[in-house]
Design a protein around this ligand. Structure first.
Ligand SMILES: Cc1cc2nc3c(=O)[nH]c(=O)nc-3n(C[C@H](O)[C@H](O)[C@H](O)COP(=O)(O)OP(=O)(O)OC[C@H]3O[C@@H](n4cnc5c(N)ncnc54)[C@H](O)[C@@H]3O)c2cc1C
Length: 379
Protein backbone atom coordinates (compact mmCIF):
# COMPACT_ATOMS: atom_id res chain seq x y z
CA UNK A 1 0.00 0.00 0.00
CA UNK A 2 2.75 2.38 1.07
CA UNK A 3 4.65 1.85 -2.18
CA UNK A 4 1.55 2.34 -4.32
CA UNK A 5 0.85 5.66 -2.58
CA UNK A 6 4.44 6.87 -2.44
CA UNK A 7 4.96 6.18 -6.15
CA UNK A 8 2.04 8.52 -6.77
CA UNK A 9 3.72 11.24 -4.74
CA UNK A 10 1.75 10.76 -1.51
CA UNK A 11 3.75 10.75 1.73
CA UNK A 12 3.08 7.73 3.95
CA UNK A 13 3.89 6.63 7.50
CA UNK A 14 3.79 2.85 7.98
CA UNK A 15 3.06 1.81 11.56
CA UNK A 16 3.89 -1.81 12.43
CA UNK A 17 3.16 -3.24 15.85
CA UNK A 18 5.92 -5.84 15.75
CA UNK A 19 9.53 -4.85 16.14
CA UNK A 20 10.44 -6.30 12.73
CA UNK A 21 8.68 -6.95 9.45
CA UNK A 22 9.93 -10.47 8.71
CA UNK A 23 8.17 -13.80 9.16
CA UNK A 24 10.01 -17.05 8.63
CA UNK A 25 8.96 -20.41 7.37
CA UNK A 26 5.88 -19.91 5.27
CA UNK A 27 5.32 -19.71 1.56
CA UNK A 28 2.99 -17.68 -0.61
CA UNK A 29 1.55 -18.12 -4.05
CA UNK A 30 1.36 -14.73 -5.71
CA UNK A 31 -0.97 -15.15 -8.66
CA UNK A 32 -0.94 -12.94 -11.79
CA UNK A 33 -3.84 -10.75 -10.62
CA UNK A 34 -1.69 -9.27 -7.83
CA UNK A 35 1.60 -10.02 -9.59
CA UNK A 36 0.66 -7.36 -12.18
CA UNK A 37 0.42 -4.78 -9.39
CA UNK A 38 3.90 -5.73 -8.16
CA UNK A 39 5.26 -5.58 -11.72
CA UNK A 40 3.85 -2.06 -12.10
CA UNK A 41 5.82 -1.10 -8.97
CA UNK A 42 9.02 -2.24 -10.78
CA UNK A 43 9.44 -5.26 -8.53
CA UNK A 44 9.56 -7.93 -11.25
CA UNK A 45 13.35 -8.19 -11.19
CA UNK A 46 13.89 -8.47 -7.42
CA UNK A 47 10.97 -10.92 -7.24
CA UNK A 48 12.49 -13.06 -9.97
CA UNK A 49 15.60 -13.54 -7.84
CA UNK A 50 13.68 -14.98 -4.89
CA UNK A 51 10.70 -16.75 -6.45
CA UNK A 52 9.94 -19.75 -8.60
CA UNK A 53 7.65 -19.41 -11.63
CA UNK A 54 5.04 -22.13 -11.43
CA UNK A 55 4.55 -24.48 -14.36
CA UNK A 56 1.03 -25.31 -13.28
CA UNK A 57 -1.04 -27.29 -10.84
CA UNK A 58 -1.27 -31.00 -10.15
CA UNK A 59 -4.23 -32.32 -8.14
CA UNK A 60 -3.74 -35.77 -6.58
CA UNK A 61 -5.61 -38.25 -4.48
CA UNK A 62 -4.39 -38.27 -0.87
CA UNK A 63 -4.39 -42.04 -0.35
CA UNK A 64 -2.29 -43.18 -3.31
CA UNK A 65 -1.03 -40.00 -4.98
CA UNK A 66 -2.94 -40.82 -8.18
CA UNK A 67 -3.28 -37.81 -10.52
CA UNK A 68 -6.78 -36.35 -10.70
CA UNK A 69 -6.07 -33.29 -12.83
CA UNK A 70 -2.99 -31.67 -14.26
CA UNK A 71 -3.12 -28.07 -15.43
CA UNK A 72 0.13 -27.12 -17.13
CA UNK A 73 1.23 -23.49 -17.39
CA UNK A 74 3.98 -21.98 -19.51
CA UNK A 75 5.57 -19.13 -17.55
CA UNK A 76 7.68 -18.07 -20.52
CA UNK A 77 4.46 -17.26 -22.41
CA UNK A 78 2.85 -15.33 -19.53
CA UNK A 79 3.52 -11.60 -19.14
CA UNK A 80 3.21 -12.05 -15.37
CA UNK A 81 4.27 -15.36 -13.85
CA UNK A 82 2.47 -17.31 -11.17
CA UNK A 83 5.06 -16.76 -8.43
CA UNK A 84 5.92 -19.12 -5.59
CA UNK A 85 8.03 -17.61 -2.83
CA UNK A 86 8.74 -17.36 0.86
CA UNK A 87 6.75 -14.80 2.73
CA UNK A 88 9.83 -13.21 4.24
CA UNK A 89 11.39 -12.93 0.76
CA UNK A 90 8.35 -10.95 -0.39
CA UNK A 91 8.58 -8.80 2.75
CA UNK A 92 12.26 -8.11 2.05
CA UNK A 93 11.58 -7.08 -1.55
CA UNK A 94 8.78 -4.74 -0.43
CA UNK A 95 10.79 -3.37 2.46
CA UNK A 96 13.86 -2.63 0.33
CA UNK A 97 11.67 -0.78 -2.16
CA UNK A 98 9.92 1.14 0.63
CA UNK A 99 13.25 2.13 2.23
CA UNK A 100 14.36 3.55 -1.10
CA UNK A 101 11.40 5.96 -1.17
CA UNK A 102 12.08 9.24 0.65
CA UNK A 103 8.35 9.82 1.21
CA UNK A 104 7.81 6.58 3.19
CA UNK A 105 8.48 6.63 6.92
CA UNK A 106 8.61 3.28 8.73
CA UNK A 107 7.70 3.14 12.42
CA UNK A 108 8.09 -0.29 14.04
CA UNK A 109 7.24 -1.54 17.50
CA UNK A 110 4.21 0.77 17.77
CA UNK A 111 0.60 -0.43 17.65
CA UNK A 112 -2.40 1.72 16.84
CA UNK A 113 -4.64 1.96 19.89
CA UNK A 114 -7.12 4.77 19.27
CA UNK A 115 -8.33 6.76 16.27
CA UNK A 116 -10.40 9.91 15.94
CA UNK A 117 -11.36 11.67 12.74
CA UNK A 118 -12.79 15.05 11.82
CA UNK A 119 -13.18 17.15 8.67
CA UNK A 120 -9.44 17.80 8.43
CA UNK A 121 -7.97 14.38 9.01
CA UNK A 122 -7.32 11.47 11.33
CA UNK A 123 -5.46 11.34 14.65
CA UNK A 124 -4.12 8.08 16.00
CA UNK A 125 -2.67 7.12 19.35
CA UNK A 126 0.09 4.52 19.35
CA UNK A 127 1.58 2.42 22.11
CA UNK A 128 4.97 0.76 22.12
CA UNK A 129 6.20 -2.32 23.97
CA UNK A 130 7.56 -0.20 26.82
CA UNK A 131 4.18 1.47 27.24
CA UNK A 132 5.42 4.60 25.48
CA UNK A 133 2.59 6.66 23.86
CA UNK A 134 2.72 8.77 20.70
CA UNK A 135 0.22 10.37 18.41
CA UNK A 136 0.09 10.87 14.66
CA UNK A 137 -2.03 13.04 12.42
CA UNK A 138 -2.70 12.42 8.74
CA UNK A 139 -5.23 12.96 5.96
CA UNK A 140 -6.45 9.39 6.29
CA UNK A 141 -5.79 6.04 7.90
CA UNK A 142 -5.56 2.70 6.10
CA UNK A 143 -6.04 -0.27 8.41
CA UNK A 144 -4.03 -3.20 7.06
CA UNK A 145 -3.69 -4.82 10.47
CA UNK A 146 -4.91 -8.32 9.71
CA UNK A 147 -7.64 -10.67 10.88
CA UNK A 148 -7.72 -9.36 14.48
CA UNK A 149 -7.76 -5.77 13.26
CA UNK A 150 -7.85 -3.13 15.97
CA UNK A 151 -8.72 -0.53 13.35
CA UNK A 152 -11.73 -2.55 12.20
CA UNK A 153 -12.91 -2.60 15.83
CA UNK A 154 -12.39 1.14 16.05
CA UNK A 155 -14.68 1.69 13.05
CA UNK A 156 -17.44 0.19 15.19
CA UNK A 157 -17.53 -3.29 13.67
CA UNK A 158 -18.47 -5.61 16.52
CA UNK A 159 -18.49 -8.85 14.53
CA UNK A 160 -15.84 -11.33 15.68
CA UNK A 161 -13.71 -13.84 13.74
CA UNK A 162 -15.32 -17.28 13.83
CA UNK A 163 -13.29 -20.48 14.09
CA UNK A 164 -13.86 -22.63 10.98
CA UNK A 165 -12.81 -26.02 12.39
CA UNK A 166 -9.66 -26.07 10.22
CA UNK A 167 -6.06 -25.70 11.20
CA UNK A 168 -3.16 -25.26 8.80
CA UNK A 169 0.28 -26.75 9.52
CA UNK A 170 3.13 -25.16 7.61
CA UNK A 171 6.78 -26.11 7.32
CA UNK A 172 9.71 -26.09 4.93
CA UNK A 173 11.44 -29.17 3.54
CA UNK A 174 14.88 -29.06 1.97
CA UNK A 175 15.14 -29.13 -1.83
CA UNK A 176 12.33 -29.54 -4.32
CA UNK A 177 11.39 -33.21 -4.47
CA UNK A 178 8.31 -32.84 -6.66
CA UNK A 179 10.22 -30.95 -9.34
CA UNK A 180 13.09 -33.40 -9.27
CA UNK A 181 10.66 -36.04 -10.55
CA UNK A 182 9.00 -33.98 -13.28
CA UNK A 183 11.47 -31.24 -14.11
CA UNK A 184 8.67 -28.69 -13.77
CA UNK A 185 8.25 -26.64 -10.60
CA UNK A 186 4.58 -26.40 -9.77
CA UNK A 187 1.92 -26.48 -7.09
CA UNK A 188 0.78 -29.93 -5.92
CA UNK A 189 -2.52 -30.40 -4.13
CA UNK A 190 -3.44 -33.67 -2.35
CA UNK A 191 -7.14 -34.18 -1.56
CA UNK A 192 -8.24 -36.51 1.25
CA UNK A 193 -11.22 -37.01 3.49
CA UNK A 194 -11.26 -34.18 6.08
CA UNK A 195 -7.74 -33.12 5.06
CA UNK A 196 -5.64 -31.77 2.24
CA UNK A 197 -2.04 -30.77 1.59
CA UNK A 198 -0.37 -28.27 -0.72
CA UNK A 199 3.30 -28.03 -1.57
CA UNK A 200 5.45 -26.04 -3.93
CA UNK A 201 9.07 -25.01 -4.33
CA UNK A 202 10.26 -21.68 -2.93
CA UNK A 203 13.61 -19.90 -2.47
CA UNK A 204 14.55 -20.44 -6.13
CA UNK A 205 13.92 -24.19 -5.69
CA UNK A 206 16.17 -24.71 -2.68
CA UNK A 207 13.23 -25.48 -0.38
CA UNK A 208 9.67 -26.81 -0.53
CA UNK A 209 6.85 -25.07 1.27
CA UNK A 210 4.38 -27.55 2.67
CA UNK A 211 0.92 -26.86 4.11
CA UNK A 212 -1.27 -29.59 5.58
CA UNK A 213 -4.81 -28.68 6.60
CA UNK A 214 -6.79 -30.81 9.00
CA UNK A 215 -10.08 -30.52 10.86
CA UNK A 216 -10.09 -30.04 14.61
CA UNK A 217 -12.33 -28.75 17.38
CA UNK A 218 -9.59 -26.79 19.11
CA UNK A 219 -9.09 -23.14 18.16
CA UNK A 220 -6.27 -20.87 19.25
CA UNK A 221 -6.28 -17.16 18.55
CA UNK A 222 -3.26 -15.34 17.22
CA UNK A 223 -0.85 -15.59 14.36
CA UNK A 224 0.74 -19.06 14.80
CA UNK A 225 2.17 -21.56 17.29
CA UNK A 226 4.73 -24.39 17.20
CA UNK A 227 3.41 -27.77 16.03
CA UNK A 228 4.53 -31.24 17.15
CA UNK A 229 5.74 -33.15 14.04
CA UNK A 230 4.52 -36.45 15.54
CA UNK A 231 0.89 -35.26 15.35
CA UNK A 232 1.31 -34.63 11.67
CA UNK A 233 3.11 -37.90 11.01
CA UNK A 234 0.02 -39.69 12.39
CA UNK A 235 -2.25 -37.46 10.37
CA UNK A 236 -0.60 -38.38 7.05
CA UNK A 237 -0.18 -42.07 7.89
CA UNK A 238 -2.88 -43.02 5.34
CA UNK A 239 -1.40 -40.75 2.67
CA UNK A 240 0.69 -41.59 -0.39
CA UNK A 241 4.32 -42.50 0.06
CA UNK A 242 5.48 -39.26 -1.58
CA UNK A 243 3.43 -37.16 0.80
CA UNK A 244 4.58 -39.12 3.86
CA UNK A 245 8.20 -38.72 2.82
CA UNK A 246 7.78 -35.02 2.26
CA UNK A 247 6.17 -34.54 5.67
CA UNK A 248 8.95 -36.57 7.31
CA UNK A 249 11.61 -34.38 5.71
CA UNK A 250 10.01 -31.08 6.77
CA UNK A 251 10.97 -29.19 9.91
CA UNK A 252 9.79 -26.24 11.98
CA UNK A 253 6.05 -26.88 11.89
CA UNK A 254 3.90 -23.87 12.66
CA UNK A 255 0.15 -24.17 13.19
CA UNK A 256 -2.54 -21.61 12.34
CA UNK A 257 -6.14 -21.98 13.49
CA UNK A 258 -8.21 -20.73 10.58
CA UNK A 259 -10.87 -18.12 11.29
CA UNK A 260 -13.47 -16.62 9.01
CA UNK A 261 -15.07 -13.22 9.29
CA UNK A 262 -17.71 -11.52 7.21
CA UNK A 263 -16.48 -8.61 5.06
CA UNK A 264 -16.27 -5.27 6.84
CA UNK A 265 -17.55 -1.95 5.62
CA UNK A 266 -14.27 -1.17 3.85
CA UNK A 267 -14.46 2.58 4.41
CA UNK A 268 -15.72 4.89 7.10
CA UNK A 269 -15.01 8.55 6.44
CA UNK A 270 -11.25 8.92 6.28
CA UNK A 271 -10.53 5.38 7.46
CA UNK A 272 -10.25 2.47 5.01
CA UNK A 273 -9.59 -1.20 5.68
CA UNK A 274 -7.70 -3.53 3.39
CA UNK A 275 -6.53 -7.12 3.22
CA UNK A 276 -7.45 -9.47 6.07
CA UNK A 277 -8.57 -6.54 8.21
CA UNK A 278 -11.41 -6.00 5.73
CA UNK A 279 -12.04 -9.48 4.35
CA UNK A 280 -9.99 -12.42 5.66
CA UNK A 281 -9.89 -15.23 3.13
CA UNK A 282 -9.52 -18.92 3.93
CA UNK A 283 -6.33 -20.17 2.27
CA UNK A 284 -8.09 -22.64 -0.07
CA UNK A 285 -7.73 -20.37 -3.07
CA UNK A 286 -4.38 -18.84 -2.05
CA UNK A 287 -5.73 -15.30 -2.42
CA UNK A 288 -5.53 -13.45 0.93
CA UNK A 289 -2.27 -11.64 0.23
CA UNK A 290 -3.17 -11.16 -3.43
CA UNK A 291 -6.44 -9.46 -2.52
CA UNK A 292 -4.59 -7.16 -0.12
CA UNK A 293 -2.23 -6.17 -2.96
CA UNK A 294 -5.16 -5.59 -5.33
CA UNK A 295 -6.92 -3.49 -2.65
CA UNK A 296 -3.80 -1.36 -2.31
CA UNK A 297 -3.57 -0.67 -6.04
CA UNK A 298 -7.20 0.44 -6.29
CA UNK A 299 -7.15 2.56 -3.13
CA UNK A 300 -3.89 4.30 -4.07
CA UNK A 301 -5.19 5.18 -7.52
CA UNK A 302 -8.48 6.57 -6.20
CA UNK A 303 -6.77 8.53 -3.42
CA UNK A 304 -4.24 10.05 -5.81
CA UNK A 305 -6.98 11.07 -8.24
CA UNK A 306 -9.06 12.62 -5.45
CA UNK A 307 -6.13 14.50 -3.93
CA UNK A 308 -5.23 15.91 -7.31
CA UNK A 309 -8.73 17.11 -8.18
CA UNK A 310 -10.24 17.99 -4.78
CA UNK A 311 -7.33 18.13 -2.35
CA UNK A 312 -7.64 16.81 1.20
CA UNK A 313 -11.44 17.04 1.25
CA UNK A 314 -11.57 14.38 -1.49
CA UNK A 315 -10.23 11.65 0.83
CA UNK A 316 -13.56 10.35 2.24
CA UNK A 317 -15.06 10.19 -1.27
CA UNK A 318 -12.05 8.24 -2.56
CA UNK A 319 -12.31 5.79 0.31
CA UNK A 320 -16.03 5.29 -0.31
CA UNK A 321 -15.34 4.73 -4.02
CA UNK A 322 -12.69 2.15 -3.08
CA UNK A 323 -15.16 0.25 -0.90
CA UNK A 324 -17.72 0.26 -3.71
CA UNK A 325 -15.14 -0.91 -6.25
CA UNK A 326 -13.89 -3.81 -4.14
CA UNK A 327 -16.77 -5.24 -2.16
CA UNK A 328 -18.26 -7.62 -4.75
CA UNK A 329 -14.92 -9.09 -5.77
CA UNK A 330 -13.63 -9.70 -2.26
CA UNK A 331 -16.93 -11.29 -1.20
CA UNK A 332 -16.78 -13.59 -4.23
CA UNK A 333 -13.21 -14.67 -3.45
CA UNK A 334 -14.17 -15.33 0.19
CA UNK A 335 -17.11 -17.46 -0.91
CA UNK A 336 -15.17 -19.47 -3.51
CA UNK A 337 -12.42 -20.15 -0.93
CA UNK A 338 -14.97 -21.46 1.58
CA UNK A 339 -16.48 -23.69 -1.13
CA UNK A 340 -13.05 -25.08 -2.04
CA UNK A 341 -12.51 -26.04 1.61
CA UNK A 342 -15.73 -28.05 1.60
CA UNK A 343 -14.96 -29.73 -1.74
CA UNK A 344 -11.34 -30.52 -0.92
CA UNK A 345 -12.30 -32.34 2.28
CA UNK A 346 -15.20 -34.47 1.00
CA UNK A 347 -15.30 -38.05 2.24
CA UNK A 348 -16.61 -41.08 0.40
CA UNK A 349 -18.83 -41.47 -1.55
CA UNK A 350 -18.98 -37.75 -2.41
CA UNK A 351 -15.25 -37.55 -3.06
CA UNK A 352 -15.67 -40.10 -5.88
CA UNK A 353 -18.15 -37.74 -7.57
CA UNK A 354 -15.78 -34.80 -7.06
CA UNK A 355 -12.91 -36.74 -8.63
CA UNK A 356 -15.03 -37.60 -11.68
CA UNK A 357 -16.02 -33.94 -12.05
CA UNK A 358 -12.37 -32.87 -11.79
CA UNK A 359 -11.24 -35.34 -14.43
CA UNK A 360 -14.04 -34.23 -16.78
CA UNK A 361 -13.29 -30.57 -16.15
CA UNK A 362 -9.68 -30.99 -17.26
CA UNK A 363 -7.03 -28.31 -17.52
CA UNK A 364 -8.97 -26.02 -19.88
CA UNK A 365 -12.11 -26.21 -17.78
CA UNK A 366 -10.19 -25.34 -14.63
CA UNK A 367 -8.45 -22.44 -16.36
CA UNK A 368 -11.80 -21.07 -17.58
CA UNK A 369 -13.27 -21.44 -14.10
CA UNK A 370 -10.67 -19.07 -12.62
CA UNK A 371 -10.28 -16.65 -15.50
CA UNK A 372 -12.25 -13.95 -13.59
CA UNK A 373 -9.77 -14.27 -10.73
CA UNK A 374 -6.37 -14.33 -12.39
CA UNK A 375 -7.17 -11.96 -15.27
CA UNK A 376 -8.01 -9.07 -12.94
CA UNK A 377 -6.51 -5.69 -13.90
CA UNK A 378 -6.96 -2.42 -12.07
CA UNK A 379 -8.83 0.18 -14.13
C1 LIG B 1 -1.92 -21.52 5.70
C2 LIG B 1 -2.07 -20.25 4.92
C3 LIG B 1 -1.63 -20.19 3.61
C4 LIG B 1 -1.81 -19.01 2.86
N1 LIG B 1 -1.37 -18.98 1.57
C5 LIG B 1 -1.57 -17.86 0.83
C6 LIG B 1 -1.11 -17.80 -0.53
O1 LIG B 1 -0.50 -18.75 -1.04
N2 LIG B 1 -1.36 -16.67 -1.25
C7 LIG B 1 -2.02 -15.60 -0.70
O2 LIG B 1 -2.24 -14.61 -1.40
N3 LIG B 1 -2.45 -15.64 0.58
C8 LIG B 1 -2.24 -16.72 1.36
N4 LIG B 1 -2.63 -16.74 2.66
C9 LIG B 1 -3.35 -15.59 3.22
C10 LIG B 1 -2.39 -14.49 3.63
O3 LIG B 1 -1.43 -15.00 4.52
C11 LIG B 1 -3.14 -13.36 4.31
O4 LIG B 1 -4.33 -13.09 3.63
C12 LIG B 1 -2.27 -12.12 4.32
O5 LIG B 1 -1.17 -12.31 5.17
C13 LIG B 1 -3.07 -10.90 4.78
O6 LIG B 1 -2.23 -9.81 4.75
P1 LIG B 1 -2.58 -8.52 5.61
O7 LIG B 1 -1.46 -7.57 5.34
O8 LIG B 1 -3.96 -8.09 5.33
O9 LIG B 1 -2.56 -8.99 7.14
P2 LIG B 1 -1.36 -9.63 7.99
O10 LIG B 1 -0.45 -10.40 7.13
O11 LIG B 1 -2.03 -10.29 9.14
O12 LIG B 1 -0.55 -8.37 8.50
C14 LIG B 1 -1.08 -7.49 9.46
C15 LIG B 1 0.06 -6.69 10.08
O13 LIG B 1 -0.48 -5.67 10.93
C16 LIG B 1 0.25 -5.64 12.14
N5 LIG B 1 -0.66 -5.11 13.19
C17 LIG B 1 -1.66 -5.77 13.81
N6 LIG B 1 -2.29 -4.94 14.67
C18 LIG B 1 -1.67 -3.75 14.59
C19 LIG B 1 -1.86 -2.48 15.23
N7 LIG B 1 -2.84 -2.27 16.13
N8 LIG B 1 -1.03 -1.45 14.91
C20 LIG B 1 -0.04 -1.63 14.00
N9 LIG B 1 0.19 -2.82 13.34
C21 LIG B 1 -0.62 -3.84 13.65
C22 LIG B 1 0.68 -7.08 12.37
O14 LIG B 1 1.79 -7.15 13.23
C23 LIG B 1 0.99 -7.54 10.94
O15 LIG B 1 2.32 -7.28 10.58
C24 LIG B 1 -2.45 -17.89 3.45
C25 LIG B 1 -2.87 -17.94 4.78
C26 LIG B 1 -2.65 -19.10 5.53
C27 LIG B 1 -3.10 -19.12 6.96
Amino acid sequence: MALSLARRGIAVTVIEKRTGFGELGAGLQITPNSGRVLDALDLALPLKRVSVSSHGLLIRRWSDGRDLLEMPAHPERLPTPFRLLKRNDLHTVLLDAARAMPNIRLVVGRGIQEVTQDEDGVSTTLTGQNGHWESFHGLGLIGADGLWSRIRDLTGDTSAPIFTGYEAWRALAPGDRATAKTDRPRVSLHLGSGRHAVHYPVAAGRETNLVVVRQTKEAREGWSRDGDARVLTDHVAGGSQGLRELVASAAGWQVWSLFDRKPAAMAKGRIALLGDAAHPVLPFLAQGASLAIEDAAVLARLLAEALQTEGARGVPGAMAAYAAARSARVARVQEVSRGNGRTYHLGRPWSLGRDIVLRRLGADGLRDRYEWLYDWHDA
